[in-house]
Design a protein around this ligand. Structure first.
Ligand SMILES: [Zn+2]
Length: 447
């Protein structure tokens, strides 16, 4: 038995350590439309590595990332390490000749009269600019919110909120109705305030739905538009915030708008924290120099984080506990359904062709709403100190997992799977545990 085990171990080691693995490009015949790309992989660290005769550096574990320049047409690369030799052909499509016709920027078309629309789907974004991406979301609307439109630009309608406030909504998210919202504004009938030990809850009873915007800050400002008997048809409600803002939700339930503001927690004990291990199942995420899948690394770190937070008394909720596919919306809904106060999504980073993986390493933390910025800062600070990762910045980004206001939501790119030294760290359980501890410290610092 023992001999068989040893033999298996040798075969296993032989396969994993002494083979030349090329992780990227994904196959020996690929098309890449960029001026440069890279070879990512690992080889026997005691051997040597050449690409088209040029010496390629690898780290102590044999991991490498080597940038290559691409010319139009077929590019051939011969990769040699010890007795192994692999040939890759990368086709870079010829640049299309630039069309002589003059590019015409899309123009705003103002209507002669106002049109009336209803939001046709739940969670419809209203934006500051007519662009379908970036940090430009003002509100997420429920179905049947009435909107007054005064013009259009490309795929967007311009929404009139009041005399001096305009916004944009995608044409595909609304439907035209025969109505006259401007002459039939909403009326606020009554208002209630109640408290639970976790939330301040404000209910605004209207006779019909109406557009609104919530603005973080102290005070927290909730503005309703097209409301009867108010200057500029605008009704503003201010909530003073004690301590830091720590999650909120606001939406119409029938004709009643319910605003829930979480009271800042005093301790991690009993605090609901959702951990989201990125990707899973058929969705692998990025692949490391060592052929590790991002989904597995994310789950390993998430499980260490779960243990670390439970040890400190938190109530931990996992969006996935094993290797299964979970949709992005489902992950956010899960955290909201369980009233999580914090949502932490764990990922590993990668780069597009034309970047140099040797020039990027370390941890970056993403947030969308300002309320999550202190948490993002604390987690990054703690990661760079305790897990000793490079500071790859806190960034504001429009990612599904951080566009949640109910919880303080951040997404952590722990390190780069395609950076050779980072890829060594990411597979190391001791590093994974250090990350979990560092993230937990950053969370505790934010309470
Ligand atoms: Zn990812």
């Amino acid at each position: 038995m023992k001999k068989i085990f040893l033999l298996c171990l040798l075969v296993f080691l032989g396969k994993s350590v002494y083979a030349l693995d090329i992780v990227y490009p994904k196959s020996p015949n690929v098309t890449i439309s960029a001026d440069s790309s890279f070879f990512i992989g690992n080889t026997n660290p005691k051997s040597w590595l050449k690409i088209n005769g040029e010496d390629v550096k690898f780290n102590k574990s044999g991991a490498f990332a080597h940038v290559i320049n691409l010319k139009d047409g077929i590019n051939t690369f011969v990769i040699e390490s010890g007795a192994e030799r692999k040939t890759y052909t990368i086709n870079k499509p010829f640049a299309k000749s630039v069309s002589k016709s003059v590019y015409r920027a899309p123009q705003f078309v103002e209507y002669n009269y106002l049109k009336n629309y209803l939001v046709s789907d739940e969670n419809t974004p209203m934006r500051e600019t007519p662009v379908d991406s970036g940090i430009n979301r003002m509100s997420h609307f429920q179905k049947d919110i009435p909107l007054i439109v005064d013009g259009e630009k490309q795929n967007f309608f311009r929404v009139v909120l009041n005399d001096n406030t305009k916004a944009w909504v995608a044409k595909s998210d609304v439907k035209l109705v025969v109505d006259d919202f401007i002459n039939n504004p909403a009326s606020l009938k009554s208002y209630e305030h109640k408290q639970t030990h976790e939330f301040d809850i404000y209910a605004f009873h209207f006779d019909k739905k109406t557009p609104y915007v919530m603005k973080e800050g102290n005070p927290f400002i909730l503005t309703f538009y097209n409301v009867r008997n108010n200057p500029n048809s605008t009704y503003t409600f201010e909530v003073p915030i004690k301590g830091n803002l720590f999650g909120y939700s606001g939406k119409f339930n029938g004709n009643t708008f319910v605003l829930k503001i979480r009271k800042a927690p005093k301790s991690i004990k009993g605090l609901k924290i959702a951990i989201d291990a990125g990707h899973g199942g058929s969705e692998c995420g990025a692949i490391s120099c060592h052929c590790d899948k991002e989904k597995d690394i994310n789950l390993a770190i998430s499980k260490y984080l779960e243990a670390e937070l439970k040890k400190r008394g938190a109530h931990v909720l996992m969006t996935r506990k094993n290797d299964v596919y979970v949709g992005l919306r489902e992950r956010v809904d899960f955290a909201n359904r369980h009233d999580a106060a914090i949502l932490v999504s764990i990922h590993g980073n990668a780069l597009p062709d034309c970047a140099n993986p040797n020039m990027h390493s370390g941890t970056s933390v993403y947030y969308y709403y300002p309320q999550a910025r202190p948490l993002a800062d604390n987690v990054l600070k703690s990661m760079t100190k305790s897990a000793a990762t490079n500071n790859d910045q806190v960034r504001q980004g429009s990612l599904a997992l951080v566009r949640n206001t109910n919880a303080l939501s951040i997404l952590i790119e722990v390190a780069y799977l395609i950076n050779p030294d980072d890829s060594d760290l990411l597979r190391n359980p001791e590093f994974q545990k250090r990350c979990a501890k560092a993230i937990a410290d950053g969370i505790e610092k934010s309470i």
